[in-house]
Every structure is written in C-alpha cells, then in structure tokens.
Design a protein around this ligand. Structure first.
Ligand code: FES
Length: 105
C-alpha cells in the first residue's frame, strides 16, 4: 500500500508499506519527521497522531477505547484524528493519505 505522508512543512512523502505494518512504522522506517512514536507503538504516547484522509478510514479498524481516550488528551485533534501506530495496513485501499501535524514534536 502506498502511504502518502503530508508533513506540516508542506513536503509530501510516498512510502510503500507492507500489509501488517502500521502507518507509524512506515514513517519511522523511512526516517520521516513528525511521527515520533515515543512508546514504540503501544498506544500510550500519542506522538504518532495523524489526520487520516476520510476516504481511507474504512480500510482500518475503528479506534479502540484506549486510542480514543488518548486522543482526548492530545492537542489539535480533529474528527479525522488517529494514532498512526494503530493504523495497520490490510491492503484494502491501494493508497492511504495522512497529514502529520507538527504538534507531535
Ligand atoms: Fe505511541 Fe502510537 S507510537 S501511541
């Protein structure tokens, strides 16, 4: 799956991320800035906050209670906010787009 990361600087990066990997892992493995992932993907730090393009939202499981609670305490959230470590690719959407807020840093 091609994941398109739009950074707050305006740059756009496309990464081919394998099924079973998360949107967070795709970013970290490509050394992209903006997704810090302090907790390593265990849904406890919220430094992987992204805005998920709505047309791709159905390709992922809905947020768990844990994820929703963490997002409640995260700065700058919108209705499209997700934690990228919880967005596991399943090949259901050929392209995924996320916007990476700069408040993660
Ligand atoms: Fe920490 Fe996603 S990496 S919550």
């Amino acid at each position: 799956t091609i994941v398109r990361y739009r950074l707050s600087s305006g740059s756009v990066h496309e990464v081919d991320v394998s099924d079973g990997q998360s949107v967070m892992e795709g970013s970290v493995q490509s050394n992209l800035p903006g997704i810090v992932a302090d907790c390593g993907g265990s849904c406890s730090c919220a430094t992987c906050h992204v805005y998920l393009d709505p047309e791709c939202a159905a390709a992922f499981d809905p947020p768990s209670d844990e994820e929703r609670e963490l997002l409640e305490f995260t700065e700058g959230t919108r209705t499209t906010s997700r934690l990228a470590c919880q967005l596991i690719l399943r090949g259901e959407c050929p392209e995924i787009g996320v916007m990476v807020p700069d408040s993660n840093n």
